[in-house]
Design a protein around this ligand. Sequence first.
Ligand SMILES: C[C@@](CO)(OP(=O)(O)O)[C@H](O)COP(=O)(O)OP(=O)(O)OC[C@H]1O[C@@H](n2ccc(N)nc2=O)[C@H](O)[C@@H]1O
Ligand SMILES: Nc1ncnc2c1ncn2[C@@H]1O[C@H](COP(=O)(O)OP(=O)(O)O)[C@@H](O)[C@H]1O
Length: 286
Amino acid sequence: MKIYEKAPAKINLMLDVLHRREDGYHEVEMIMTMVDLADRLEMSTLPRDTIIISSQVGYIPLDEKNLAFQAARLIKDRYNVRSGVYIHLDKNIPVAAGLAGGSSDAAATLRGLNRLWGLNIPVEELKALGAELGSDVPFCVTGGTALATGRGEILTPLPNPPQCWVVLAKLPINVSTAEVYGRLRSSQIPNHPSAGAMIEAIENGSFLGVCDRLGNVLEDVTLQMHPEVAHLKESMLKLGADGVLMSGSGPTVFGLVSKESKVSRIYNGLRGFCKEVYAVRLLTKG
Ligand SMILES: C[C@@](CO)(OP(=O)(O)O)[C@H](O)COP(=O)(O)OP(=O)(O)OC[C@H]1O[C@@H](n2ccc(N)nc2=O)[C@H](O)[C@@H]1O
Ligand SMILES: Nc1ncnc2c1ncn2[C@@H]1O[C@H](COP(=O)(O)OP(=O)(O)O)[C@@H](O)[C@H]1O
């Protein structure tokens, strides 16, 4: 039997850091939502007690460093599953981009193996397993739109934001999440974006309200290291995006666009100097 799972990318509509914690993580307030740009996973049982990962791309680890591998090992160990699994990752989400591609693959693996092996693990338990793999994995288990607090693993579901186009652009730069958090001086953040104001805009279905309230305190850190990301943001705004922000620790920049007629102009304008550009819709739930 084969099981298929879709692993969508996330964007952060808002990301605030409150303080650095004793355990080295940062206390955050984030509003996350999914976009229709996804990896696809195919999983099948192997008779031998082994985990094998393959992918059509050559630039991700396929061994125990792969988050899908780690998710499979965690579920096998915790539920005493003797059989093995073969997982093929059809990778479409840019890697180390601030889009949680690896986290979403891990979450899809947890959901998929729960089905493949008939384990009936409740969703709250899947999220707790996810938290052992990474801060963004619990959100990726359920997706939708949520306020994430703690280190990102405490989730409060939110309604769908107003539907719109999302243009994503990633420059060929590698950004390490740990380095960006490490460089942040949380006591010196000049302007904290407001989770409450963003939630109000979402609840009122106000597209322009959402655009006005976009904010990410990690942006300044990444932009200081890579000024070309600021240039990308400016270009997206000049080309007509209604709201523009860097996602997560970057370097991907996304633009929210309400009118379909504007999307191709923005897409083509960006493609002039940036190879990785995607025009997708928000992935609404329910
Ligand atoms: C910034 C965000 C925003 O959604 O995403 P990305 O840019 O990675 O997509 C997340 O907070 C990233 O989540 P994730 O990528 O799962 O992080 P983890 O693997 O748990 O942690 C990687 C490293 O980031 C730092 N980290 C992560 C989360 C957090 N709340 N505080 C931290 O300081 C820690 O140094 C940790 O060792
Ligand atoms: N399944 C996976 N897909 C992509 N990257 C992975 C995966 N498993 C592990 N990684 C590693 O995780 C790191 C972060 O990747 P990713 O999750 O795409 O980025 P981000 O944390 O910026 O959202 C990369 O350095 C990559 O090598």
